[in-house]
Ligand binder design. Sequence first.
Ligand SMILES: [Zn+2]
Length: 482
Amino acid sequence: MVNLYFCSMKGKDKSQKRCRWLWVAGLLLLFLWLRQLPLYKPTGAIPFEGPYWYNPYQEVHPGGQWLRANFHAHSNAWGFVTSGRKNTVEDIVCKYDSLGYDIIGISDYHRITNPFAAGDAAGTPRGRLFVPVYEHGYNVMKTHQGAIGARKVYWNDYILPQTWSQKQHIIRKLKEKSRLVVLHHPAWMGGYSKKDMRSLTGYDLFEVLNDFWISEELWDVALSAGRPALLIAGDDAHNVFKQTDLARDLTMIFAGMTDSLLEDPEDLLEGPEGLLKSPEGLLEGPEGLLKSPEGLLKSPEGVYRALESGAAYGIEVTERLAHSSVAQKREGLDALPLLQSCKICSDSLVVVLSGEALQFNFIGQDGRLLKSVLCEAGGSTTVGNSGNSGSGSSSGSEAGGSTTVGNSGNSGSGSSSGSEAGDRCASAFYKLRPEDHYVRVKITLADSSHIYLNPVMRTKEKNGKPQMPPIQKRRLFTIFGT
Ligand SMILES: [Zn+2]
């Protein structure tokens, strides 16, 4: 434009020669600017493969503890610039304490809340853990990310609708400055597309459940592309005085992973988020923290590792509970059944809850429903097209009439405890097939709340979690980019 302007002045005081040089300089600048844009190679969509299964719940057992967590809530950090202006950090901590949460993170935009200050402000933390997090992103399409275990804020963002490479670049930069990177509310406003899900890599967690948007379909796209995108759920609370902003979508984190953490005790004790550097660690010493009277493991690093391994699940509560008071909500949350175990026994995935459910859905590659177990008075109904063999049909029949609908070869396999009156719907199983790449379970509880479990995934190494494909820059960006 500048060139054109000057060139249009030819004949006045600008010579033809100068005009030509301006054009050359402009083109050169444009060329250099284009080269500075992040350019990455898309990594292919390759489904999970291998002779073994990675089960994120391998260590979950009935005696373990589940911790209630929320990592997505906004305070009044930015005044009138963002919503969240009605909440102080103290308000948020107080509300989540009242709801019985064990782990809290305040995800202000581009600001890490000081856990020590929040702890002081809210009084004694009664064993509740505060984790440093923030939400990244100020672009028009709400392509946002969460940084959990954040050490430093990464300020850059691309305001206009982002290219795939720009999204990949942000993920890479966030990962350099935080322990875990989350894709926040991915399907909301088209923040991330299906194409993005088949190409992006290098993130850790996927906010499947968010108060504004459920991104279940997009999650299956990422999983089907072989991305071990593990689940997280968040309230995205902007006004904790509004009933429906609180305890809508919970993350439950298993706290009984002490043994695996102790395999690397030095790292745990002395790492950047190590116990010795946490306020509780200083007060009570590492041993006290590792095994509190309830056997809970509570350190930021313990939380990160549990999330990273997938020993967590999400709960989407009902509208009715969402509109109830804090006290009623707490009562409702306390009454929800917990995951007791999720095991692979022989070739079957067996899920057991501590209470009854209405329905278990087993979902696989491309979001396909593999099997549905409907719990009814006097028995269970199995719907599916999985082609599983019909073994185990006798137990369903004994329960008083298990019915198979569709072309399922799962006939009558229904609930694994179908023969036991009283808890016939506390568990269900799915017979894994050679062609399954991943299988996840979605459970409808008696009050119509939903539990979303992380998937079991095919893997090439025994007990090894499948890895995200490596991030690869294009050659031009390797030369000019950072
Ligand atoms: Zn957001």
